[in-house]
Design a binder for this molecule. Structure first.
Ligand SMILES: [Zn+2]
Length: 240
C-alpha cells in the first residue's frame, strides 16, 4: 500500500539523517589527525629547507677556511721575509703586502664567523623541530588510538542504522525504492522527500497544483516536485 511505502521512506530518510550525524563525528575525529599531521609536515618541510641551507653554508665555510689558510700562509711568509730583507725598498714592499693582507684576513675571519653563527642558529631550529616532531609523533599515536576507537564505535552505529534501512526497504515496493534511491543521488542527507503542504512543496515552497495534489493523495503514482525534483510525499503518510 502506497501510504505504508511512503511511511517507510520517511523513516529511511530520518535514519539517514542519523547516519549523517555519525559520519560527521567520524569526519571530525579524522580531522583531529589531519590537523596534527599538517603541523608535523610544516616542521618537516622547514627542516629539509634548513638542512639544505646548512649544507650550503658548510661548503662555503670550507672554501673560506681554505682561503684564510692561504692568506695566513702568505702573511707568515711576508713577515719572515721582512726579517731577512736586505734593502729598505724590500722592507717597504713587504710591509705594504702585510698591511693589505691583514684586512683581508679579518674579512675572511668575519665571514667565517657569520657562516658559523648561521649554521649554529639553523642547527638549533632543526633540533627544536625534531624535538617537536618526536613529541607530536607520540601524541599522534595516542590520538590515533582514540580516533580508531571512536570511529569503530560510530561505524558500528552506522552499520546498525543501515541494517534498519535495509529492513525497511525489504517491506517497501521496489518502485518506491528505485525512485527514492535515484533522488538520493542528488539529495542524500538533504531531505530527498518533500511534503505537499498547503498546496506548496515543504522544502522549496513551489506551488503544487490541485491536479498534482489529488494525484498525490490518491497515491497511485510517484510525483516529483516540479520545483526541486524531490519526491513528493502525501501528508497522510506523515503521521507515523
Ligand atoms: Zn520542491
Amino acid at each position: 500500500m502506497a501510504v505504508e511505502d511512503f511511511k517507510n521512506l520517511i523513516e529511511v530518510q530520518s535514519l539517514e539523517k542519523i547516519i549523517k550525524s555519525h559520519l560527521d563525528i567520524i569526519e571530525g575525529e579524522r580531522n583531529r589527525l589531519v590537523h596534527l599531521e599538517g603541523q608535523r609536515q610544516i616542521r618537516q618541510d622547514q627542516n629539509s629547507e634548513l638542512t639544505d641551507k646548512i649544507s650550503q653554508a658548510n661548503s662555503r665555510l670550507s672554501e673560506l677556511e681554505n682561503g684564510l689558510a692561504d692568506k695566513e700562509k702568505n702573511l707568515a711568509r711576508s713577515q719572515s721575509h721582512v726579517e731577512n730583507a736586505k734593502t729598505e725598498q724590500e722592507v717597504v714592499a713587504l710591509e705594504k703586502e702585510i698591511s693589505s693582507l691583514t684586512p683581508e684576513i679579518d674579512q675572511f675571519q668575519n665571514s667565517i664567523l657569520e657562516y658559523m653563527e648561521e649554521v649554529e642558529a639553523n642547527n638549533s631550529v632543526v633540533d627544536q623541530n625534531l624535538e617537536f616532531i618526536n613529541g607530536l609523533n607520540e601524541t599522534l599515536l595516542e590520538i590515533q588510538a582514540e580516533v580508531d576507537q571512536k570511529v569503530s564505535e560510530e561505524d558500528q552505529q552506522v552499520a546498525i542504522l543501515k541494517e534498519r534501512i535495509e529492513n525497511l526497504f525489504g517491506q517497501t515496493d521496489s518502485n518506491f525504492i528505485d525512485c527514492y534511491n535515484s533522488i538520493n543521488k542528488k539529495f542524500l542527507y538533504n531531505s530527498p522527500l518533500a511534503f505537499a503542504r498547503d498546496k506548496k512543496c515543504s522544502v522549496c515552497q513551489f506551488t503544487i497544483t490541485e491536479v498534482l495534489e489529488k494525484s498525490l493523495e490518491n497515491g497511485q503514482q510517484l510525483e516529483l516536485c516540479p520545483g526541486c525534483s524531490r519526491l513528493l510525499t502525501p501528508m497522510t503518510a506523515s503521521n507515523l
